[in-house]
Design a protein around this ligand. Structure first.
Ligand SMILES: Cc1cc2nc3c(=O)[nH]c(=O)nc-3n(C[C@H](O)[C@H](O)[C@H](O)COP(=O)(O)O)c2cc1C
Length: 211
């Protein structure tokens, strides 16, 4: 091939590579935005069920704190905290955290905690657990998540925050104990965090950003 031919081929390859790179980048961006929008929609639908039985002011989603990793809450993803008030009184906080050790990867969990430290409600926001096995953590499939309502870090004692098969107080799922183990640990660690940081959580200014 002549020198000119080599240059032309090189330029063509470079142009193709540039087009492919921008296509991949555009696809990633579109997918990423869609996933973020889906999580946001699911989160907003789940906020109220996770606060069952409480009276509180609207505008919960404006009170959001975003904790970028590394943070002391479960998971390596950003943790979200929604503060819930009635007038000026703090009522509850909702945490979106990640249980890292699910059977098929991370499980995003919404943990509602009343000001006194008891669980108001738990909802599973996102997971990839196996249909018929680990997916029974979903509130639409079984009542497994409801067993945590009203429980707190002293009830049961820390050692009781485990499945019965591990000597704890909570039901497992037949044939699928990996998933419940991961979720229970994330709930327990969120309650411990709330217990240690309650005043700071309600005093912090909301995070101003869009994601
Ligand atoms: C294909 C396949 C998928 C599985 N999916 C899950 C799952 O989503 N969650 C889970 O906890 N266990 C799952 N298991 C079972 C675990 O490997 C493990 O056996 C089980 O969690 C132990 O539960 P047990 O102590 O109640 O028997 C799966 C197993 C197989 C073979």
């Amino acid at each position: 091939m002549s020198g000119q031919g080599i240059v032309r081929t090189g330029l063509t390859l470079a142009a193709i590579a540039a087009i492919c790179t921008s296509l991949v980048a555009a696809t990633y961006q579109a997918t990423h935005e869609r996933i973020a929008a889906n999580e946001k929609a699911l989160l907003e639908q789940s906020l109220e069920p996770a606060l069952s039985g409480l009276f509180y002011d609207s505008g919960v989603s404006e009170s959001r704190l975003v904790l970028r990793p590394p943070h002391a809450l479960p998971g390596n993803d950003p943790a979200l905290i929604y503060r819930v008030f009635a007038g000026s009184e703090p009522v509850a906080a909702l945490f979106a955290v990640t249980a890292r050790d699910g059977f098929s990867g991370p499980i995003r969990v919404l943990v509602g905690v009343e000001f006194d430290g008891s669980v108001t409600g738990i909802r599973i926001l996102q997971h990839r657990e196996t249909p018929g096995l680990g997916d029974r953590i979903e509130s639409t499939r079984t009542d497994w998540v409801f067993q945590f309502e009203g429980r707190s870090i002293g009830d049961p004692a820390l050692t009781g925050w485990a499945i019965r098969g591990d000597g704890g107080e909570f039901d497992q799922l037949t044939g699928a104990s990996v998933t419940p183990r991961a979720v229970i640990k994330a709930i327990r660690d969120t309650l411990l965090y709330f217990d240690a940081n309650r005043d700071a959580i309600f005093a912090a200014p909301a995070t101003v950003e869009d994601d």
